[in-house]
Write a protein that binds this ligand. Structure first.
Ligand code: TRP
Length: 410
């Protein structure tokens, strides 16, 4: 199925962006038990959504400086696992990758989503209502629009749209989130959000969802496990101890070390080890707060995302943490190992970043879900070793990883 026999990849060499990503999708589909027909049809959907950049040879630089992944591949996979159900395979992509500028990027993204809506018969009304907030004429970064597809059996995906609260400038992000929630009828929602350092994404479930969510993603700089345990605002949410434990395992702090040492280890990074004195940061832990009922005021879902790639020396370590977490939740650890080999043939020890994030999602009325985010690495593999990202670098600020850019040092 994944070889030359595949109709989708037959025409598109593995040395093109689309050929690379479609092959990964086909192999992942097989690894999670999707039918060959479903995988083929989803691979085709991926290529259509990517548009012309699918044909782009991998020897050329990435089509644009996508913030979607570290090496700017405009595609990322994830595997979400919950007890008692088959794993769910998802793909996140940037339909406007390769467009000149974020304004066009966003328009292309909207067009791609509307095409999907037509094809699968869902409404984009909630998105249309927010268009002026998230698509100004001269948008700021770090993104314009991403979409995620949940590749369930049957060939019709569940769709999610990711928008940029900072589209009108980082200083406007909080206000934009508040307005967007209010417009969707979630009048009290904004006030329920915990403190954070940045509003990173605003997401909408589109299509066939029992309870479509509006989701707010927050970045928390220098967060400790204990603090992470306090961030859920659900009515009947998880025990803080569960969140803390997930944080510690995902970040590699589960060895009973004292909190103070953990923080030095987590954020002191290379500066501490090499005594370079330069300030280094790692990507912040994120939380996501999901709102479903307009009457409630409180979120009905909470997710913690740990950017494990910045807290591990190599993907071997990251995969051990992923499998440990799956085991903790009574899930089969082999799921994530199979998925990682489906995406990448390299040895996990030979790089860091294949496993981008580990996430723990709680949604009211459902068992907790553990999600492993797998990078496509079409362009680059980050070499192993402690490699926190150095501050400041304007591109990082643009990418939303550090606060609003301070005036350039003369
Ligand atoms: N690459 C971005 C980041 O690392 C956005 C992103 C991609 C992301 N996949 C994600 C954020 C999964 C949270 C969870 O922040």
């Amino acid at each position: 199925m994944t070889g030359p026999g595949s109709r989708v990849t037959g025409a598109l060499p593995a040395t093109t962006l689309g050929g690379h990503a479609a092959r990964q999708l086909l192999r992942l589909g097989e690894s999670v038990g999707l039918s060959a027909a479903d995988s083929e049809s989803y691979a085709r959907t991926l290529l259509e959504a990517l548009g012309p950049v699918a044909r782009r040879p991998l020897e050329l630089p990435p089509p644009s400086q996508s913030f979607l992944s570290d090496d700017h591949t405009p595609v990322e996979f994830s595997l979400s696992c919950e007890p008692g159900a088959p794993p769910s395979l998802r793909v996140l992509l940037e339909p406007g990758a390769g467009e000149q500028g974020l304004a066009r990027n966003g328009r292309t993204g909207l067009r791609a989503l509307r095409e999907m809506a037509q094809r699968w018969g869902f409404t984009t009304d909630p998105l249309d209502e927010l268009e002026d907030l998230f698509f100004p004429s001269s948008p700021h970064g770090p993104l314009a629009l991403w979409c995620a597809l949940e590749l369930r059996p049957g060939g019709v995906p569940k769709v999610k749209a990711y928008l940029n609260p900072a589209a009108s400038g980082p200083g406007r992000a909080a206000k934009t989130v508040r307005k967007a929630l209010k417009r969707l009828g979630h009048r009290e929602a904004f006030a329920s959000l915990p403190d954070s350092d940045r509003h990173l994404f605003f997401a909408l479930d589109l299509g066939d969802w029992a309870e479509p969510r509006a989701k707010v993603y927050l970045a928390h700089d220098d967060l400790s496990a204990t603090e992470a345990g306090t961030l859920c605002r659900m009515d009947d949410g998880p025990d803080p101890a569960e969140i803390e434990e997930f944080f510690r395992i995902a970040a590699g702090h589960d060895t009973g070390t004292a909190e103070g040492e953990l923080e030095a280890g987590a954020y002191g990074g290379r500066a501490a080890e090499e005594g370079s004195g330069s300030r280094v940061v790692r990507r912040p832990v994120q939380t996501c707060h999901a709102f479903t009922d307009t009457g409630a005021g409180l979120p009905s879902g909470f997710t913690l995302y740990v950017p494990v790639r910045d807290y591990a020396r190599h993907d071997g370590e990251a995969l051990v943490r992923a499998t440990t977490l799956l085991g903790r939740y009574g899930l089969d650890p082999a799921l994530v190992l199979r998925a990682s080999t489906a995406v990448s043939e390299r040895r996990p020890e030979d790089g860091v970043g294949l496993v981008a994030y580990l996430g723990l999602a709680h949604q009211r009325g459902r068992p907790p879900r553990v999600t492993t985010y797998l990078s496509s690495e079409a362009y680059e593999v980050r070499p192993p070793g402690p490699a926190p990202v150095a501050r400041p670098a304007a591109p990082l600020a643009v990418a939303g990883l550090s606060p609003a850019p301070s005036p350039a040092v003369p």
